[in-house]
Design a protein. Structure first.
Lengths: 86, 86, 86, 86, 86
């Protein structure tokens, strides 16, 4: 998983039907040099600015009620910043 | 998923038979430092210049009618640019 | 797999229920130029500062008792630093 | 998928038996900043210098007659260079 | 797959039981700009300094006798350096 900050919502009206009902968030990795944005489905209710845990790839399917073409999911909200000195 | 812009079509006449009938688009990630092009199958009908949501890896299979050796699929067209300040 | 050092714990109270009971660690790759942090589940009992072997993606599921949306797992603790001259 | 150019053959006599009978090609991505070589199985008959479409990861299995430890496959030969201005 | 050179062994006594009996090697990609080390399971018997073919992700499972949390496997030993001019 990676730790990232919720930056924005993403709205898509014309989308694959398996994506209906999901909320999608733009997440930016918080630590390290790779700051490339990830769009993740969220059913936990993370808010803009919160630190979250994002799971990617096939394992992310296990957070969904039914299989869908979603490759990243918010699986947790971080309680407090981990002790990372950069 | 990543957010990218549709740049071009890709035409391949000699291809694996499981790819017949799909339209393939070259997508460039819109945000972040990684601007490397991805070729994704599209059945939604995204046009050149549109912002789309691309799902990659095994989960992308769930957007296909039958399994195929396709590792990226356009799963949505973005309504408006998300609020990302770079 | 990659070799990394355990940097910190990560605590998440509001999380997907399939993640209950797992301990999550922030791991930093030890060798090479990519030093981007990975959050991995740990059931072996790795401590802060230890060198560990982390497996990523779908194969990491085979270290779990039941499927969960976890994309990285600590699968071993390294006995001694491998002979890598950088 | 990515678009790449066929650079060379790769010959391996001592190999896992599931790889017997496949031809392996070194492919270099044509566009973008990541030019790192990929070795892909080819059953389409791509020649040195041709532009090809490469599918990676688990989805590549759907181009194989039987499952094998192959993580990249040439799935198509590109008719003409796509309209990408770099 | 990627082509890499065998750099070192890795020994882990405290490890997930599904990893018992495997030999693990540190591999460095030989060509391209990404030189980040990969730890791969080896059952072919590759020696330090040899050029090998490494398969990553879920497809690597097809080289194993039973499923295990292993995300990279040495699937072949390269006969001679491919014709890559860097």
């Amino acid at each position: 998983m990676i730790i990232g900050k919720v930056i924005s919502n993403v709205v898509s009206t014309r989308k694959y039907e398996g994506l209906q009902g999901y909320k999608f968030l733009v997440i930016q990795p918080t630590y390290g040099s790779n700051k490339d944005y990830i769009v993740a489905a969220d059913e936990i209710g993370a808010g803009i600015g919160e630190l979250v845990l994002v799971s990617q790839g096939s394992p992310a399917q296990f957070a969904l009620k039914r299989n869908a073409p979603i490759d990243a999911v918010v699986v947790g909200i971080i309680d407090s910043e981990p002790n990372i000195k950069e």
